[in-house]
Structures are given as structure tokens and as C-alpha cells.
Write a protein that binds this ligand. Structure first.
Ligand code: ADP
Ligand code: G3P
Length: 538
């Protein structure tokens, strides 16, 4: 018979801490990942898809409460797995937040409830707002780059300031709350932080420099909200969160399984991936392929203003007194999202596991080029009136060719960006570090290497975004921690090298450019006079 002590004493934990947790709230899914502190070892994680709502053509929303609930479920799920695996939740020393950027939430200060659905970053409803704002630029200049010297960004529906202005102009409950001083604005990091730290009762209202640098409202040099930018957009400062560094104490979790644990990092997901890939020195770059694709090139403490369509953004600031590091960014709005479209709208695939299998059954895309400009084209074109086109269809074209052309479309968009980076920075990249959901696809990485003519290095772990948030969070609580130190699974990364000739590559890129030409300005293109009359008369 067991002794009484054996019966009452819990088994000793078999998984020892310290651990660091990271919330990664992406466009397609949310996850909570628990790392062994100071390493890239994932102890456990829990992931749940987040539903997007498409009310009208070009619109994309998410329910802010569903985002919070999903994140809480992910936290509970991962912590349960930790305990099942023999770990202790108390050994989670801190947590970080990383998030889809630019997506905009407005809520009521008194109730803590959202006033509207979150407008997601790739939502295109604000094209008319951009047009109206362009009209206000002095000397009738209509220059999308007018605000670049202040915020590093072109005027585009992509950024939060434009979305916020649209809400002010089109949703009375928001404009009234702005006037009364009861509205609060946040990107997804801020909304999560506010809810996790107590909501209307004691929730903190803060963001970090990387997320703030995507609003068009923050001055890229001072890293503070800018009076001239606020005036341009006609927005009140009182609704904005306090801007903090990416690695410092923000607040403590108010309830639930992690109650009392501090939140000590916030980074936009692309900047978090830059950190997670350890691109911590000037000249290093990474590309993350998720819903969209985002290539960030670390420019060190200097601000480089692009003249070739890239964004100037904050890379990270790891501590209140730390020097901010900047980045040049090339943003592609539709990358993995094109496969969601093939699945949900076209029924060409049923799941992402089929993508590589299908695309591998054909040797090439049979001269099919797909520009998935569903919501316009971001870098380097910044053409909000572009729309998707599929060119080169023939009787022989099959769904396999279209799937392969979709993979190639992401690769060509990355080439567009790398060409711009080369022009802006003068030094061509020798290697590209890659991560994100699409990089499990081996064929895709080979195509990326082939179509750009560059060595592609796959990250050791897929979750570099969460890892970056965990690294920045741990840095804030453990000052002996060296972020540049090798991570536990480091060692040589898998390298994929180009396997086609430069002539072939350049020929195919020229065809891509022809497809791009057909996609640009589609929305506003007018029919030739005769055809217009025939159309109107029909
Ligand atoms: N094997 C695959 N091949 C190509 N694309 C894939 C594959 N697996 C997933 N994806 C795409 O990757 C995206 C999800 O990646 P993820 O990094 O989780 O995105 P996010 O951070 O935006 O939520 C989806 O759009 C999906 O279509
Ligand atoms: O959801 P992802 O990972 O494609 O990232 C979204 C970006 O942050 C949008 O700028």
C-alpha cells in the first residue's frame, strides 16, 4: 500500500523552466507558444484560426472580441499542454505580444467594448479616403509620397491612420466618441494589451514603436505622435496609446491562468520575425511568407528613405533607452492568401497540404502568370487600383499550372522588392533568410531561389515571429541574456540554391512585368470611347 505522503505529494515536474510565452496574433490564426527561456526550443503551443468577415467587395474585418477570446483560448490551451507535459505555469517568467500590423480597432473608454469591427490591414475600403486626402495636399500635388519625410510611408489604404480617418468620416458612433473623448484607438497589440491587463477597469493603453510606425501618425525620427500628421488626418491625439519601446514592462495580466505575469515585449509580427531570425545587424534581411509577404532589411540606427517604393519603418527598439534600429520594408499584401482564395473561392485546392503535391506534378506553369492584386498592389507599385489578372491561359492549362503560377507569383513579387532594395541600398543581398507558413513548401523555396537567383536559407523553426517576441520579452527581465547568442537549435540552416540559368530567369521576369502592366490601374481604366458607348448602350 502507498504511504500517505506519496498520495498527497504531486509528482515533481519533469519539464523545468524558466519559460517565456509569446502571443502571435496573425491574420489567419492566433497562437500562444511557450519557449524555453533564451532558446528557440518550443515546449508547447496552441493555435486557433481567426475568422475574417468580408461584408462588401474589398472589405475585410475581424470581430475584436473574437480576437481576444481566441487569444485567451490559445493561452489556456498551451498552458494545459505545459502542465500535461510536466511543466509549471509559474515557471513562465514573462510573455511578449506580436501581431498582424495596421489592423485598426476603436473602442469605448467607459465600457471597454469595441465600437466597430476591426478593419484588417488588407481591407481596401479606404481608397476613396486616400483620394480625398490626396486632394488636400498643397499645390494640387496629389503626391502619395508627401508624408514620407515625416512617417516613412506612402499614402495608402494599408495604414492605420487612413483607416481611422475613414471610421471618423463614415461611422457616426466613432466620430461622436472621438468628439466626446470616449474613443480609444489601438492596433491589435494595443487592443490585446488593454484586455489582458484589465480592460475598462485598469487596462493599459500602450503600443510599441514598431506598431506605431505603421499608423502614419508617428514621426519616424522622434518616435512620438506627430502634431502635423494628426492635423493632416484630422485625428485627435487623446485617442492614441502611449508609445513605448519594444522591450520593457507594459503591465501584468489581470486574470486567467497567467494572472500576475508581466508582459514585457510588443513587436509588429514582421519586426518580430526580424528579431527572431537574429537579423540584428545592419545589412541583414529576412522574408516572412504568411497571409502576405514582408521583406525587411535592417538599416541599423540610420533612417533610409526609399526612392524605389519601399517603406521606412522601425525595426525594433529593445529597451527604453536603447537606440532604435530601422528597416526598409517591401510589403506584398497577397502571398499565402492567394491559396486561401484558390481553396475558398475557386475550389482548386482543399487544403494547403495539396499545394506542393499539385504544383510538383507539372514541370512548369506553362507560361501562366497570376498577379493576385486583389486589393491593389503594395511595394514597389503602391497602386490601389490594380486588380488580379491571370494571363497566358490556353487549352492545355490545368489547375496544377495555376497552383504553380500562384507559387511563382509570390516569388516574382519578392524579386520586385529585392530589385528595389538593391537600388536603394546599392548592395545586392547574397542570401535571403526565410520563414512563415509558406516556407514548409520545398518546391516554393526552390522556385524562390530560382526566380530571384539568390540563396534561400530556411529558418530552423517556423515560429520565428513568436520567437522574436519571446526574445524581446526575456531581454526585458534578464539582463544577462544576449540576443545574438546562438539559439539551441542553431547550426547550419538549410540552404536552397538557384538551379536555372540567368537567361531563363530574366525572360520569365520580363513576362511577369508584362502581367503586372495588365493589372495596374485596372479599377480606374476607362474603356476606349467606342467601346464605352457600346457598353453603356448594352
Ligand atoms: N504548404 C504550403 N504552401 C503554400 N502556402 C502555404 C502552405 N501552408 C500554408 N500556406 C499559406 O500560409 C499562410 C499561413 O501562414 P502563417 O504564417 O500561419 O500566416 P499568418 O501569420 O498570416 O496568420 C496561409 O495563407 C496559407 O495559405
Ligand atoms: O498576418 P501576416 O503574418 O501575413 O502579417 C500581416 C502584416 O503584419 C501586415 O502588415
Amino acid at each position: 500500500m502507498d504511504s500517505p505522503t506519496t498520495e498527497t505529494t504531486p509528482p515533481p515536474p519533469t519539464l523545468s523552466g524558466p519559460f517565456v510565452g509569446a502571443i502571435d496574433e496573425g491574420t489567419t490564426s492566433a497562437r500562444f507558444i511557450i519557449f524555453r527561456a533564451g532558446t528557440d526550443e518550443i515546449v508547447c503551443f496552441h493555435q486557433i484560426e481567426v475568422e475574417s468577415i468580408f461584408q462588401k467587395e474589398g472589405w475585410c474585418e475581424q470581430d475584436p472580441m473574437a480576437i481576444v477570446n481566441t487569444v485567451n483560448e490559445c493561452i489556456a490551451g498551451a498552458c494545459k499542454k505545459l502542465v500535461t507535459a510536466g511543466g509549471k505555469v509559474e515557471d513562465i517568467v514573462t510573455i511578449g505580444i506580436t501581431n498582424q500590423r495596421e489592423s485598426t480597432v476603436v473602442w469605448d473608454r467607459n465600457s471597454g467594448q469595441p465600437l466597430v469591427n476591426a478593419i484588417i490591414w488588407l481591407d481596401n475600403r479606404t481608397t476613396s479616403t486616400v483620394e480625398e486626402l490626396l486632394e488636400t495636399i498643397p499645390n494640387n500635388a496629389r503626391n502619395i509620397n508627401y508624408l514620407r519625410p515625416l512617417c516613412g510611408l506612402p499614402l495608402s489604404p494599408y495604414f492605420s491612420g487612413v483607416k481611422l480617418r475613414w471610421l471618423r468620416d463614415n461611422v457616426p458612433v466613432v466620430s461622436q466618441a472621438m468628439e466626446k473623448g470616449t474613443a480609444m484607438f489601438g492596433t491589435i497589440d494595443t487592443w490585446l494589451m488593454y484586455n489582458l491587463t484589465g480592460g475598462k477597469d485598469c487596462g493599459v493603453h500602450k503600443t510599441d514603436v514598431t506598431n506605431a510606425s505603421r499608423t502614419m501618425l508617428m514621426n519616424i525620427e522622434t518616435l512620438q505622435w506627430d502634431a502635423n500628421l494628426l492635423k493632416f488626418f484630422g485625428l485627435p491625439k487623446a485617442i492614441l496609446p502611449e508609445i513605448c519601446s519594444s522591450s520593457e514592462f507594459y503591465g501584468s495580466i489581470a486574470q486567467g491562468v497567467l494572472q500576475g505575469i508581466g508582459i514585457t515585449s510588443v513587436l509588429g509580427d514582421q519586426q518580430a520575425a526580424l528579431v527572431g531570425q537574429q537579423c540584428l545587424a545592419k545589412g541583414q534581411a529576412k522574408a516572412t511568407y504568411g497571409t502576405g509577404c514582408f521583406l525587411l532589411y535592417n538599416t541599423g540606427p540610420s533612417i533610409v528613405h526609399s526612392t524605389h517604393g519601399l517603406l521606412t519603418t522601425v525595426g525594433y527598439q529593445l529597451g527604453r533607452k536603447a537606440v532604435p534600429f530601422y528597416a526598409l520594408e517591401g510589403s506584398v499584401s497577397i502571398a499565402g492568401a492567394a491559396f486561401n482564395w484558390l481553396r475558398d473561392n475557386m475550389n482548386i485546392i482543399q487544403n494547403s497540404g495539396q499545394i506542393e503535391t499539385m504544383a510538383s506534378t507539372v514541370d512548369n506553369s506553362l507560361d501562366v502568370y497570376f498577379v493576385p492584386a486583389f486589393n491593389g498592389l503594395y511595394a514597389p507599385y503602391w497602386n490601389q487600383d490594380a486588380r488580379g489578372v491571370i494571363c497566358g491561359l490556353s487549352e492545355e492549362t490545368t489547375s496544377e499550372h495555376i497552383v504553380r503560377a500562384t507559387l511563382e507569383a509570390v516569388c516574382f513579387q519578392v524579386r520586385d522588392i529585392l530589385d528595389s532594395m538593391h537600388k536603394d541600398c546599392k548592395i545586392p543581398l547574397a542570401k535571403l533568410m526565410v520563414d512563415g507558413g509558406m516556407t514548409v513548401n520545398n518546391l516554393f523555396l526552390q522556385l524562390q531561389s530560382d526566380l530571384v537567383g539568390i540563396q534561400v536559407l530556411r529558418a530552423k523553426i517556423a515560429e520565428t515571429t513568436a520567437l522574436g517576441a519571446a526574445m524581446a520579452a526575456y531581454k526585458a527581465v534578464e539582463n544577462r541574456y544576449q540576443m545574438e547568442a546562438p539559439l539551441s537549435k542553431s547550426g547550419p540552416r538549410e540552404a536552397i540554391k538557384p538551379s536555372i540559368s540567368a537567361t531563363d530567369r530574366n525572360l520569365r521576369y520580363q513576362k511577369w512585368k508584362m502581367a503586372i502592366d495588365r493589372s495596374l490601374n485596372w479599377e480606374t481604366s476607362t474603356l476606349p470611347q467606342g467601346e464605352r458607348e457600346a457598353f453603356d448602350g448594352a
